[in-house]
Design a protein around this ligand. Structure first.
Ligand SMILES: Cc1ncc(COP(=O)(O)O)c(C=O)c1O
Length: 408
């Protein structure tokens, strides 16, 4: 075992973790609710189940029982998972405006001319690091509506172009992510537009919940596949967090479904935007915020303020939180893109690859003491989600071909 170069990660065991089943918190993620969500998502003609692959050679190499990766780079040809939240939230909003139950509607029903005649043209607005905005722009266009998308300072031109190509009016601001969200919320108020934001704060929690429920549709696909194949559920699920909507939606569904014996949830964030790590590190359990320009290659995870609806769920159900530097994400990208033996090759972007990078670092670089505390050993079945493909193609090549952000 060799020691990796540079400070790679910090971690904290979550002192606020409790395995107690919290009925109230998990009611929004019950099997009935999430079945309804997935059923609506499946009505889109482009819907397909994304691959959920086992990397057994890598598992043997890292001395764990199993590694499974759900590959969301294949989602709706959009190269990221985010649209699962956007499509459900936009659909649910239109259904509510029509006074209908989304469980009785399909995507095609909402595309009908009568919907536009009844509701007029709606403008959906959002702030994004890239993937969420692209999902909203795509969903709005598919439903014949308008979208306006703002991106934080430092966003790449290629990600901006991808959003404009989905028909949105889109621009990069000179603010960080959290300030860009605030600006978009103010514009929605002023202009009567509908804010579809993937994070919640006091007074704005309904649409973010729908987005989290949309993400939980991914967990339902995974669990359905595990159950249908008669496989054993995971013992550990490693989830990357920006504002935490994704991690909380997936964790909530896993915890609700396997309520007798839920998997251990581990949260991972970039060190420059590690609001969950800091919140779990303080004694009070209060939510902590990271501000300033959050500069990491994990653009999707560069959010310094937790979602107020996601935070209590992860505070109760995550066993630990990791704060990782960019080398860990780059390591994950290289490993997933260069498989061992007949393991599947996975094209994974910076935010998508960090859970695998973390697992690799935990099992390879003298971190046995941490593995022991997490119960991570040769019997563990570890699951994770590749949340994006090469959404920044040039950076992907720089990292995987040229070895940028190397770790040896
Ligand atoms: C690729 C990718 N992975 C993970 C996340 C994290 O999601 P959340 O902000 O809900 O924590 C994002 C968010 O934009 C993302 O783009």
């Amino acid at each position: 075992m060799s020691k990796a170069k540079g400070q790679q990660m910090k971690w904290v065991k979550n002192a606020f973790y409790s395995s107690a089943y919290n009925e109230e918190a998990l009611a929004d993620f019950s099997s009935d609710v999430i079945s309804n969500v997935l059923q609506f998502q499946q009505t889109h003609p482009l819907y397909t189940h994304t691959p959920y692959v086992s990397l057994q050679n890598l598992a043997d190499y890292l001395r764990v029982g199993e590694i499974k990766v759900k590959d969301e780079s294949k989602r709706f040809r959009l190269n990221a998972f985010k649209v699962m939240g956007g499509i459900y939230a936009v659909g649910k909003y239109l259904a509510e405006q029509l006074g209908r139950d989304i469980g009785d509607l399909s995507f095609a029903d909402l595309q009908a001319d009568e919907v536009k005649e009844k509701l007029g043209e709606i403008t959906f607005i959002s702030a994004t690091d890239g993937n969420h905005g692209r999902g909203i722009a795509w969903a709005a266009r598919e439903l014949g509506q308008r979208s306006v998308i703002y991106m934080p300072k430092g966003s790449t031109e290629s990600r901006l172009e991808a959003i404009r190509n989905e028909g949105a009016f889109a621009e990069i601001t000179d603010m960080n992510y959290d300030d860009t969200v605030r600006m978009s919320a103010n514009m929605a108020d002023e202009k009567g537009w509908v804010l579809v934001q993937d994070t919640a704060w006091e007074g704005y929690e309904e649409i973010p919940l729908w987005i989290m429920q949309g993400y939980a549709g991914i967990a339902k696909e995974m669990i359905d596949e595990t159950e249908n194949n008669g496989e054993q559920p995971p013992t550990h699920v490693i989830l990357q967090a920006g504002v935490g909507s994704f991690a909380a939606g997936i964790a909530a569904y896993y915890t609700e479904y396997y309520r007798e014996n839920p998997p251990k949830i581990i949260v991972v964030e970039p060190d420059l935007a590690d609001c969950y790590y800091r919140s779990f590190s303080n004694d009070t359990g209060e939510m902590e915020v990271v501000s300033g320009h959050l500069n990491s290659i994990m653009a999707g995870l560069c959010c310094g303020e937790p979602n107020t609806r996601a935070f209590p769920l992860l505070k109760q159900y995550a066993i630990a939180s990791f704060s990782c530097n960019d080398r860990i994400a780059a390591l994950g990208m290289r490993v997933l893109g260069n498989p061992l033996g007949d393991d599947a090759k996975i094209i994974s972007g910076e935010s998508g690859a960090v859970p695998l990078g973390l697992l690799f670092a935990l099992r390879s670089y003298e971190n046995e003491h941490i593995c022991e505390k997490l119960g991570l050993d040769e019997n563990s079945r570890v699951t994770m989600i590749n949340t994006e493909g090469d959404t920044d193609v040039q950076q992907y090549l720089d990292i995987v071909w040229k070895g940028h952000y190397d770790n040896e």
